[in-house]
Design a protein around this ligand. Sequence first.
Ligand code: NAD
Ligand code: TDX
Length: 356
Amino acid sequence: MILVTGGAGFIGANFVLDWLARSDEPILNLDLLTYAGNLETLAMLRGDARHVFVQGDICDRALVERLLAEYKPRAIVHFAAESHVDRSIHGPAAFVRTNVEGTFTLLEAARTYRSTLEAGIQAAFRFLHISTDEVYGSLGPQDPPFAETKTYEPNSPYSASKAASDHLVRAWHHTYGLPVLTTNCSNNYGPWQFPEKLIPLMIVNALAGKPLPVYGDGLNVRDWLYVTDHCSAIREVLARGTPGETYNVGGWNEKANIDIVRTICALLDELRPSPEGSYARLITHVTDRPGHDRRYAIDARKIERELGWRPAETFETGIRKTVQWYLDNPQWIADVQSGAYRDWVAANYGDRGQGA
Ligand code: NAD
Ligand code: TDX
């Protein structure tokens, strides 16, 4: 069994579904079900004994210790986090709590738990920490992409909290010998992403005929990776990564935000034409995000060279699949926007939200 934290969020849920489609090794999924956690995403696993869901907080040391002792996972894959930069600007406290204190709590619980394991299992135990390229700061137009050796220069409360968690993970390896692995990935997109992030927000707003808010001049650059390619990278790092190492994950897909938005409009014009004309009419430049990083780009050569990982999707195939998925799943969108999935959780999982 492996313990996944944050497995009801966007990347975590994609990882859980992907893992259980390929393997019979069970997953213990610990997730607090904040606004970003949605068990409806995992509805197809209802009744599947390979998925054990526990609603709980990674900051709850007693709970984490009890789960480790009871289920004895061979690895922890740690996704749980507050993940949205704009929210971190308006309310940074939750980011420090979950991302820093939560990671600290997991590391301490993992260290104690690992010491109770017999030698062979102890040697094979892994703690895989899922992090972001944002810890490296912002690039100028001519700078080389982020390599693993790049200095940390986080600029937002979100990226600072993730940078702090990366440092804790590193220290628990160097000081206590915990076999940790860290991945720093670029921007993900794909099915089941909460419509606060750029790509799903633009699709959902366009379909509703609402403005498409592009921050500033729209020329900020992000490096995009389809979510299942991130999942395959995580599987490779967990299976064959070297403890203590970090791996940058990215798809060599740098795009300016305005080009992403125009691409989404063009795909919607093709797949769901509007009688009012091109969706591009809805593009609206709005006030910039404070401290908005100009450019991120990932140098993924280490994971390609050492682990042979390659993304399966190009940006063109991935964005088409993503737009099609949102067109095909209006109920999921309506439910996350209305909070109706919380009623669904209560009806299906009871008050405690625990069950397979
Ligand atoms: P998300 O916001 O969609 O999901 C986060 C999940 O964590 C939710 O299910 C939420 O309920 C859960 N959670 C939050 N606080 C918790 C707590 N205290 N205890 C237990 N569970 C808690 O996030 P995501 O986009 O899926 O990101 C997952 C991870 O990947 C994060 O660590 C993020 O920093 C990292 N990451 C994300 C991206 C991206 O583009 N989204 C890119 C690189 C790295
Ligand atoms: O309405 C918007 N308009 C807009 O122009 C939103 C929501 C975003 N943007 C811009 C800001 C960014 O330059 O689009 C870009 C992408 O924004 P987000 O989707 O908020 O992502 P970003 O800030 O780049 O962070 C994401 O990638 C790295 C994830 O949210 C992080 O969790 C991850 O670590």
